[in-house]
Design a binder for this molecule. Structure first.
Ligand SMILES: Nc1nc2c(c(=O)[nH]1)N[C@H]1C(S)=C(S)[C@@H](COP(=O)(O)OP(=O)(O)OC[C@H]3O[C@@H](n4cnc5c(=O)[nH]c(N)nc54)[C@H](O)[C@@H]3O)O[C@H]1N2
Ligand SMILES: Nc1nc2c(c(=O)[nH]1)N[C@H]1C(S)=C(S)[C@@H](COP(=O)(O)OP(=O)(O)OC[C@H]3O[C@@H](n4cnc5c(=O)[nH]c(N)nc54)[C@H](O)[C@@H]3O)O[C@H]1N2
Ligand SMILES: [Mo]
Length: 766
């Protein structure tokens, strides 16, 4: 027996150390972290779980019949092959597609969170490789923030200007008087920060703010989107209707003369245009509190009272990312800015508008003073792209045109789909439709460490290592701890690092020297570390060489003083520090957007009823509003087989929360297995009765691995609880084309049939 060692490491949900003897590991949270994440307990299972991919695999139909569209993808068997053969096949197919169809036939967007670590990050690796191989059709923006990232630059500035960079946690604690939190600031979401985090501070900050007397209002369908300690007033809104509530607040402010005319005049453009809409001068419908109440389900006097509470004090409006992950998701983000402008608080400490503060663990913290190690990806020769959540349309509608942010673009014809570090059968909507899309290309190549549904829909499956099996540098903007991620265990069976896999392909394509630049993985770490070390030395602060950093296991990086960024500069002097919008001011109405002529995103914020909302034809058959939010027990689909995730399941199914009234009329008891369904698909889940939901709302978080009862079925039935069999594959609007996965209409019934087994974690071949 080797002796037990303790090694530094990191993950998207926190820095930790791993105590290891052979493959037996224990995870110890970092001592700096006041509130470590329960997601750490998912990690031990990952080391040797049977869901890990043991060997390279090729799908039977592809191996026998060669490349080509194939509806058997996802329902075919796999054949284990030697690494050399798998790489030969993949390289030959890349060569064929590049030669016959050109780089516009290769989709390498490969969206996904992959793992913490600056060098082995799968997105950097795949994009670097494909750039050298000839280029690829990419994806832009994110599932997280598709709508906000496009609307915000038109209205106030880039997303980074208001996402945690104008109002910090310490501003909130020390300066805010009232926090109006749209979508809340769920502590579960604070577990995660892309790239890692060494201090989870949301819980402590929220408690401290309340301790100073800050008044919290939660606008949201779930009471637990703010922790009990802040004693929030809960306004249980009908999902997808925040825009109407915001208009009702705005109307009340104007009617009672509580809006800040001086601020609107000095810092904004477009007020008159919007005011006409608000008052109903344009369309005959005043957007008053009574009008809003009928749409959003919050009583009119409550809306009016809330507007009065917000006026005349240091009010902070926060908007979670979830609000914009829905049809017309641009609107509540735009209107959140407008409401904050009407209150005259934008650019003041602890006031104004903050986007996504609390949606992840690294917003609202001071920025770093030195650059982080960054893997260069090179240059992509292909101009074509898709807004990331249009993957279904890309695969199903080659050649078809679409709108995006004032441009008219077309979908290229994709022959080869390459994914590393993401799980579209987790992240994308309407899995039945996505499956039809995945049948279209000639070849699908996937690297993953585990048999996700995406791997099961591939032709060539290449087993990747997990972070514990390799060395890396863990770091993230917004957190000062840089971690020397030591290798803790040997790779599982035949798994290889993505870098190693791409090196093997690069060798076959004659690109090895360009891809590796002659460096081993360790030499890359040393190379990538150097700019950070140099910047530290230039500042005259502790700048250990790489060997010392590696031995120390971590390095605390200096941060910059918090200055509130461009929004606060603008508030101090709008003439010398204009915003980067067309007018240099906050755009309450946008001539640019009006010029696009989009009915689903007009030139000022507006209430636009969603196709599937209350009162829609679909609602008469599927009357429950599903919230498909981020899971509390894992990061997305990652480590769904881990202890924390498994521990929350009910007879192996993902829990669905339902209000006792909705359960009673359907004869559903706590702990029952239920079937959620609509026209697009169905899934099983375990019922949890809870009065923390607004009646009519059910909540099934994302991330349970897609586990079809019949993998070949046209309409998917997932026996495990993946809500994306139910969600609708449509963009937020022609402006941003963002993901709309947060909401869907469903019906629920008790499932009394024989319970199908869970097979998601069984490998398709041993
Ligand atoms: N209905 C609905 N759907 C949603 C959302 C929603 O609110 N509702 N939210 C959306 C959001 S915000 C997001 S960000 C997406 C997240 O979607 P994804 O980022 O695609 O989800 P993950 O489960 O993190 O997928 C990462 C995959 O990479 C693999 N992986 C990890 N490390 C490595 C590595 O080093 N190498 C390789 N090759 N693979 C690795 C993991 O095993 C996993 O399969 O989901 C979106 N989907
Ligand atoms: N534990 C954990 N944390 C995570 C992640 C994870 O997978 N697991 N993922 C991370 C990622 S990639 C992202 S992008 C962020 C996402 O951050 P968000 O998008 O903000 O997170 P969600 O949990 O999807 O949604 C937050 C809450 O919004 C509420 N909500 C939903 N629809 C509406 C609505 O129409 N109106 C109002 N007012 N409220 C609504 C729901 O009650 C939900 O609980 O989370 C990050 N944090
Ligand atoms: Mo996200």
């Amino acid at each position: 027996m080797t002796r037990r060692q303790t090694l530094p490491h990191s993950s998207h949900w926190g820095a930790f150390s791993v105590s290891v003897r052979e493959r037996d590991i224990e995870i110890v949270p970092h001592p700096r972290d006041p509130d470590p994440s329960s997601l750490l307990a998912n990690i031990p299972a990952s080391v040797s779980h049977p869901a890990r991919i043991a060997r390279p695999m090729i799908r039977r139909g592809w191996l026998d019949g060669g490349p080509g569209p194939d509806r058997r993808r996802g329902a075919d068997e796999f054949v284990a092959v030697a690494w050399a053969d798998a790489l030969d096949h993949a390289a030959a197919e890349l060569r064929r597609v590049y030669a016959a169809h050109g780089p516009r036939a290769v989709f390498g967007g490969s969206y996904g969170w992959a793992s913490a670590g600056r060098f082995h990050d799968a997105q950097h690796q795949i994009h670097r490789f494909l750039n050298l191989a000839g280029g690829y059709v990419r994806s832009i923006n994110s599932y997280s923030s598709g709508a906000a990232s496009v609307i915000l630059p038109h209205v106030i500035g880039p997303q980074s200007a208001v996402a945690g960079n104008n109002v910090s946690w310490s501003d909130l604690v020390n300066e805010s008087a009232l926090v109006l939190a749209f979508g809340g600031m769920a502590l579960k979401n604070n577990d995660v920060g892309g790239g890692g985090t060494s201090r989870h501070i949301a819980r402590g900050s929220l408690a401290a703010a309340r301790g100073r007397g800050v008044e919290f209002h939660l606008i949201g369908p779930l009471r637990d989107d703010l922790p009990e300690v802040v004693e929030a007033v809960w306004h249980p809104i009908r999902p997808g209707t925040d825009m109407a509530l915001m208009l009702g607040l705005a109307h009340t402010l104007v009617r009672e003369g509580l809006h800040d005319r001086a601020f609107l005049d000095r810092f904004c453009v477009g007020w008159e245009t919007f005011a006409d809409y608000l008052s109903g001068r344009g369309d005959g419908q005043p957007k008053d509190a009574a009008w809003a109440a009928a749409i959003c389900g919050v009583p009119a006097d409550e809306i009016a009272g809330l507007a009065r509470r917000c006026a005349g004090r240091r009010t902070l409006i926060t908007c979670s990312q979830s609000l914009q992950r829905a049809e017309h998701g641009e609107q509540p983000v735009w209107m959140g800015v407008v409401l904050a402008a009407m209150l005259g608080q934008i650019g003041l400490e602890g006031g104004g508008f903050a986007y996504a503060l609390g949606s992840t663990s690294n917003t609202g913290k001071p920025p770093l003073a030195v650059p982080l190690p960054t893997m260069p990806v090179g240059h992509n020769s292909v101009a074509d792209f898709i807004p990331v959540a249009r993957i279904g349309d890309l695969l199903l509608h080659p050649g078809e045109e679409f709108d995006y942010d004032g441009r008219r673009l077309a979908y290229p014809d994709i022959r080869l789909l390459y994914w590393a570090g993401g799980n579209p059968f987790h992240h994308h909507q309407d899995i039945g439709r996505l499956r039809r899309g995945f049948a279209r290309p000639d070849t699908v190549i996937v690297h993953d460490s585990a048999w996700t549904a995406t791997a099961r829909h591939a032709d060539i499956v290449l087993p990747a290592t997990i972070t514990l099996e390799r060395e890396d540098i863990g770091a993230a903007a917004g957190d000062p701890l840089m971690v020397a991620m030591h290798r803790a265990v040997a790779p599982y069976r035949e798994a290889r690092d993505d870098y190693h896999i791409f090196t093997g392909l690069a060798e076959r394509l004659g690109l090895a020297a360009a891809f590796t630049e002659g460096r081993s993985a360790r030499q890359w770490l040393e190379h990538l570390y150097e700019p950070t070390r140099r910047a530290l030395a230039e500042r005259g602060v502790n700048a250990p060489d790489f060997a010392q950093f590696w031995e120390d296991g971590e390095l605390l990086l200096p941060t910059q003083p918090w200055d509130g960024g461009i929004v606060r500069d603008f508030r101090r002097n709008p003439e010398t520090a204009p915003l980067p919008t067309p007018s240099g001011r906050i755009e309450i109405a946008s001539a640019t957007i009006a010029g696009f002529g989009y009915a689903d995103c007009p030139g000022h914020p507006a209430w636009l009823p969603p196709a599937e909302g209350a009162g829609s034809p679909a609602a008469s058959r599927f009357p429950l509003q599903l919230i498909a939010n981020q899971p509390a027990t894992r990061l997305h689909s990652q480590l769904d087989f881990g202890a924390t995730s498994r521990g929350s399941k009910i007879r192996g199914r993902e829990p669905v929360r339902i209000h006792p009234q909705d359960a009673a009329v359907r004869g559903i008891a706590d702990g029952d297995i239920v079937r959620l369904y609509n026209d697009r698909g169905a899934c099983l889940a375990g019922a949890v009765l809870s009065d923390a939901l607004r009646p009519g709302v059910v909540q099934l978080s994302t991330g349970a691995w897609y586990d079809p009862a019949d993998p070949a079925a046209e309409i998917p039935f997932c026996v495990h609880g993946n809500p994306n069999v139910l969600t609708r594959d449509t963009g937020t609007s022609r402006l941003a084309q963002g993901c709309t996965g947060q909401l869907a209409l469903v019906e629920i019934e008790r499932f009394d049939g024989p319970l199908p087994p869970i097979k998601a974690f069984d490998p398709p071949v041993r």
